[in-house]
Design a binder for this molecule. Structure first.
Ligand code: SER
Ligand code: ZN
Length: 534
């Protein structure tokens, strides 16, 4: 990113002849030292390419990088001039004008023309030029202007990231395991009627499926979560928009969030026209219903860790309480997916055990490492699955100037480890598509403690971490490698399945839907005989 512009500094009186050499001296100091301060690479600092003295004005032609941007450079020039001309010639600074500021960005980037300060944008495919309106000294200091620059910078960074959501690097993988099952468990679950699709990406799980899902969740809690000392909390599942603004989800993934509205009034009498309409027409057209609702002021649980940061917002924590380790499994998450929905492995409403922690950086890293060890044990020894971990860096963690190679090596910087399990029905183990992401473990640095102003009493830095166990996906991947015959299931899992009598399956005149499905269900019921009444 390059920023150019012409800075006009108006002085309190015309510059006397003897001051001119002082100005030259000041410019040398600015160019060699002060305008480069804070930029490791001088090109990312600021530079005065030329200047002109005009009675009571000094005009500078500026070019800057992203480290010392033109706003900062202008203010630095102003301050040094004020000091030097004030001290030596009793000349003050009347004002600043930044004329024709222009940002040149790598790539083809679009920015809304309705934003303040944005005058014009054009692109030749490889570069984008953003022309800003003329700026005064107070404009340069405005938070709106600073946020505009940050937005533009972020868009460029995203562009450089290559349009990908994240960078994927294999971190660790299990030995190859013998797999004898190659069918799609989603299809079988639907055929035998253990799940029924009721809406896009939403299913009803019958008692048998609920039973094995619960067994897997309990096993995970006992083997991974509880031994590490996490305590259960209950989080709400609907959050005000401000929360999503602070977590960044509204700015990053608004296209996959689900929103909620409150009714305009509690007075049922005011709904009468709508109620009458539904009575007579026997339909509930969304456009009609919408007229009785407020605009959306909530979004439904998306990441499931939002309430953790929300809870600690503005709180000051001391060493005695740190680190804090909680988990929540009190309800579903919602993610609207435009396509690619599949069985219970890609859903709009799904369930997850969300593990969250907060502490000093060393706490947060240590907890992440221990969690990773337990996950590995759980995958490898308890469930005996073929798995792999990948270090993924979402684009928003990329620091300007930090290259990919560095991120690969240092897993103690903010970022995410994805947990993937091979699902043989989708292809061989060398096929990228045949690996299902069942969960992740992240450390966020100060990504959330900063916007939520979560503070330490002695000013130490606080970080957070979170990890999501996608319940349905873990079950799908277990069934995908082990199949439906409980004889082939991992011993410990079977033990948990047997803790309670196995519930009855639904077998009616019309359900499961197909003849094959009914036959298959009868086989399953036989296989499960030892476990209860299937
Ligand atoms: N909250 C994290 C996520 O949404 C982990 O579940 O990915
Ligand atoms: Zn999270």
């Amino acid at each position: 990113m390059r920023i150019t512009g012409v800075l006009e500094v108006t002085l309190s009186k015309p510059l006397p002849e003897e001051a001119k050499s002082k100005v030259v001296e000041v410019i040398q100091y600015l160019n060699n030292v002060y305008l480069k301060r804070g930029a490791r690479d001088p090109v990312e600092g600021a530079h005065i390419s030329s200047f002109e003295l005009k009675e009571d004005k000094i005009v500078f032609v500026l070019e800057t990088g992203s480290r010392v941007r033109i706003d900062e450079a202008s203010l630095r020039i102003r301050n040094v001039l004020a000091q030097e001309l004030g001290k030596n010639f009793r000349i003050g600074i009347r004002g600043l004008r930044l004329i024709e500021p222009k940002i040149v960005l790598e790539g083809s980037i679009s920015i809304s023309l309705s934003l303040p300060f944005v005058k014009n944008i054009y692109s030749d495919g490889t570069k984008t030029v953003v022309e800003l309106s003329e700026l005064s000294e107070s404009d340069l200091k405005k938070p709106i202007f600073l946020r505009l620059l940050r937005l533009v910078e972020e868009k460029e960074r995203r562009y450089r990231w290559g349009g990908k959501g994240e960078h994927w690097v294999l971190y660790k993988k299990s030995a190859e395991k013998t797999v004898k099952f190659f069918d799609d468990p989603n299809k079988i679950l639907e055929d035998i009627g253990w799940i029924k699709r009721v809406s896009i990406g939403q299913w009803i799980y019958t008692p048998p499926l609920t039973h094995i899902l619960n067994a897997l969740k309990r096993l995970f809690l006992d083997e991974v979560v509880k031994p590490l000392g996490f305590d259960e909390a209950t989080f709400p599942k609907m959050y005000p928009l401000e929360v999503g603004l602070k977590t960044g989800h509204l700015k990053g993934v608004i296209n996959s969030m689900v929103f909620a509205s409150l009714p305009k009034t509690y007075n049922i009498a005011e709904f009468e026209p709508l109620i009458d309409y539904m009575y007579v027409m026997d339909t509930a057209p969304p456009e009609e219903v919408q007229k009785y609702l407020e605009p959306p002021s909530y979004f439904l649980c998306f990441a499931q860790c939002e309430p953790f940061y929300w809870f600690f917002e503005n709180e000051i924590l001391d060493d005695a309480v740190l680190p804090i380790k909680w988990y929540d499994m009190s309800g579903p998450s919602f993610r609207w997916e435009a396509g690619g929905l599949h069985g219970i492995e890609r859903l709009i409403e799904f369930h997850r055990i969300e593990i969250v922690w907060l502490g000093k950086p060393e706490h947060v890293i240590d907890i992440r490492n221990k969690l990773m060890e337990r996950y590995e044990y759980f995958l490898d020894k308890v469930l005996d699955l073929e798995w792999r971990f990948a270090w993924v860096t979402p684009w928003f963690y990329e620091q300007a100037g930090v290259v990919e190679e560095k991120l690969e090596l240092d897993i103690n910087t903010p970022g995410t480890i994805d947990i993937e399990v091979w699902v043989p029905y989708k292809g061989g183990r060398d096929d990228k598509k045949a690996w299902l992401e069942v969960g992740n473990i992240s450390i966020h640095g100060t990504k959330f403690t900063e916007p939520f102003r979560i503070k330490h009493n002695r000013g130490e830095i606080l970080w957070t971490g979170c990890s999501g166990f996608g319940s349905e996906r873990w079950l799908v991947s277990l069934l995908a490698q082990k199949g439906f015959n409980p004889d082939n299931w991992p011993k410990k899992f079977l033990e948990y399945v047997k803790k309670e009598p196995f519930p009855r399956s639904v077998l009616t005149v019309t359900y499961p839907k197909t003849k094959d499905g009914k036959e298959f269900l009868k086989n399953i019921i036989k296989m499960f005989e030892g476990l209860g009444n299937a």
